[in-house]
Design a protein around this ligand. Structure first.
Ligand SMILES: C[S@@+](CC[C@H](N)C(=O)[O-])C[C@H]1O[C@@H](n2cnc3c(N)ncnc32)[C@H](O)[C@@H]1O
Ligand code: SF4
Length: 423
C-alpha cells in the first residue's frame, strides 16, 4: 500500500521506538560472544539501560515486557540475576565509560529502597560509571512512590524522573483499565517536585474511545500545573494480548484531532516539539533524550535490548504472563558464560544501518545529514510531509510519524514482523 493510501485509511501502524522492531529479532545460531559483538564499538560513551520487569498492576493498554505483582522472592531472584549479568557483560565488552543511564520497565520503582541501593551499588562496581555526574533517567508509577524512595533516587544520581500518569481524569483511567486510587497521582507529582529532580517527565495517553477534546485539554492543563520539563504524549494503541484487546476495545476515532490540540496547547506554553510524542521546555540541559535507540546501548535485565552498529540483541519477548514468566525464569537460571553471549537478535547490514539512521533522525524532528538515496523521500515531499535540502519532516509529516515510520521499514524487516508469533 502506498503512503497516500495508508494516510487515507488513517493508519497508526506503529511506534518507531527503535528500528528494527523487536518482533523482527530471531534466534542467533550460533550465539555471538559479546566480546566479538562489541569489539569494533566505541565504548567510551555507552548508554546503560536496565529493564526491571515488575508492576503493581497490568494496565489494559500495556504490552510491555513485565510481570504483575511478583512476590519478593521473584523480585530478589531477578535482581540478583541482573547483577550477575551486569558483571559478566561488563567483563566481556571491556567498557571505557558509561555516559548515560536509564532505568525502565515495567516499573523500576517497584523495587524497595534496599533493592534500589544494591542495584546502583552493584552497577557502580561493574561499570566505569559515576551516576552522580551523568544523566540518569528513571521510570515510576504513582502507587510505588514515597518521599523517602524519591529522596533516595535523587541521592543515587537520578536527574530525570518519569511518571506514568496516562490521564488526570478518573473516567479515562477507568476506560484504559488503569486502576488508580483518587488523589494518588497528584500526591506523587507533589512529592516528585519536592524531591527536586531537574527534569520531571509526565506520560499521558490520548485517544480512548470516550475521550473528547474537552476532557483531553483538561487533563493536559492539569499536567501543565506541575510545570513538567518534559511531556510524553502517547496515542493509544491496543496491541494483541492486552486486556483492552481481550475486551474488544479499540481506540477512539479522534486521536489525530487530540494530537493537534495538544501540540498547539504545548507550543503556546513554550514547549518545543522533539518528536511526535515528546515535548520539552527550552533550556532543559539533560542529554537524556530518552530514546532507547542509540548505538552503544548496553541493556541489562530480562526484556532489555542492546544495540551495537551491526547487531541488536535481547532476551525473547512476550506479553502474556506465562510467556513473560518463562523468559524471566530462563534469564535467572543463566550461567555467567550465557550472559556473555547474544542468542536472539537482528544483524544490521549497511542498508539497514542507514535506514535506522534515517528513521532516527527524521522522526526526531532533525534534518538528515546524509543522502540515503531513498526514492520514498520524494513521495514524502509530494505529499507535503517533508522538505528537501536537507531532508526534514514538516509539522504535518511529524504528525504522521506512526504511518511514515513503518512504511519506510525494509522489506525483510516487514516480513519478519508479519511472521512473528506473539506469545
Ligand atoms: C514503562 S511505562 C511507564 C512507567 C510505569 N510503568 C507506569 O505505567 O506508570 C511507559 C509508558 O508507555 C506508554 N504506553 C505503554 N503502552 C501503551 C499503549 N498501548 N498505548 C499508548 N501508550 C502506551 C504509557 O504512557 C506508559 O507510561
Ligand atoms: S503501563 Fe506501566 S504500570 Fe501499567 S502495566 Fe505497563 S509498565 Fe506496568
Amino acid at each position: 500500500m502506498n503512503l497516500a493510501e495508508r494516510m487515507r485509511q488513517e493508519t497508526y501502524d506503529g511506534y518507531t521506538y527503535a528500528y528494527p522492531h523487536k518482533t523482527a529479532y530471531r534466534p542467533l545460531d550460533p550465539a555471538v560472544p559479546l566480546q566479538d559483538a562489541w569489539r569494533a564499538e566505541n565504548t567510551s560513551r555507552l548508554f546503560l539501560y536496565v529493564h526491571l520487569p515488575f508492576c503493581e498492576m497490568r494496565c489494559g493498554f500495556c504490552n510491555l515486557f513485565t510481570t504483575i505483582r511478583p512476590g519478593q522472592d521473584r523480585v530478589e531472584a531477578t535482581l540478583q540475576a541482573i547483577l550477575r549479568q551486569s558483571e559478566s557483560v561488563s567483563r566481556a565488552i571491556r567498557p571505557e565509560r558509561v555516559a548515560q543511564a536509564a532505568f525502565g520497565g515495567g516499573t523500576p520503582s517497584y523495587l524497595n529502597e534496599d533493592q534500589l541501593s544494591r542495584l546502583f551499588q552493584g552497577l557502580q562496581q561493574h561499570w566505569p560509571v559515576d551516576f552522580a555526574s551523568i544523566p540518569v533517567s528513571f521510570e515510576t508509577s504513582p502507587g510505588t512512590l514515597t518521599p523517602p524512595k524519591l529522596a533516595l533516587l535523587r541521592q543515587l544520581g537520578v536527574d530525570r524522573l518519569s511518571l506514568g500518569v496516562q490521564s488526570f481524569r478518573p473516567e479515562d483511567l477507568a476506560d484504559l483499565k488503569r486502576p488508580q486510587p483518587p488523589g494518588e497521582i497528584e500526591r506523587a507529582c507533589q512529592w516528585i517536585r519536592e524531591a527536586g529532580f531537574p527534569v520531571f517527565n509526565i506520560d499521558l495517553i490520548y485517544g480512548n474511545r470516550l475521550q473528547d477534546e474537552k476532557g483531553w485539554e483538561q487533563s493536559l492543563r492539569q499536567a501543565l500545573q506541575w510545570q513538567p520539563e518534559e511531556l510524553y504524549l502517547y496515542p493509544l494503541y491496543v496491541g494483541k494480548l492486552t486486556n483492552l484487546d481481550r475486551l474488544g476495545r479499540r481506540p477512539g476515532e479522534r486521536r489525530r484531532a487530540l494530537y493537534r490540540l495538544a501540540r498547539q496547547l504545548l507550543l503556546s506554553h513554550g514547549y518545543q516539539q522533539v518528536s511526535m510524542r515528546l515535548f520539552r521546555l527550552p533550556g532543559v540541559q539533560l542529554e537524556t533524550d530518552y530514546c532507547c535507540q542509540q548505538d552503544g546501548m548496553v541493556g541489562l535485565g530480562p526484556g532489555a535490548r542492546s544495540y551495537t552498529h551491526e547487531l541488536h540483541y535481547s532476551s525473547e519477548y512476550a506479553v502474556g504472563q506465562p510467556g513473560v514468566r518463562a523468559i524471566i525464569e530462563d534469564f535467572c537460571r543463566r550461567t555467567p558464560e550465557e550472559y556473555a553471549q547474544a542468542d536472539y537478535g537482528f544483524r544490521l547490514d549497511e542498508p539497514e544501518q542507514n535506514l535506522r539512521r534515517l528513521l532516527k533522525t527524521l522522526l526526531r524532528n532533525q534534518p538528515l545529514d546524509f543522502d540515503p538515496g531513498l526514492p520514498q523521500l520524494e513521495e514524502l515531499e509530494q505529499l507535503g510531509l517533508a522538505h528537501k535540502d536537507p531532508w526534514r519532516l514538516t509539522a504535518e509529516g511529524l504528525a504522521w510519524s506512526d504511518t511514515i515510520g513503518p512504511w519506510l521499514y525494509s522489506g525483510p524487516v516487514q516480513e519478519r514482523m508479519r511472521e512473528y508469533e506473539l506469545r
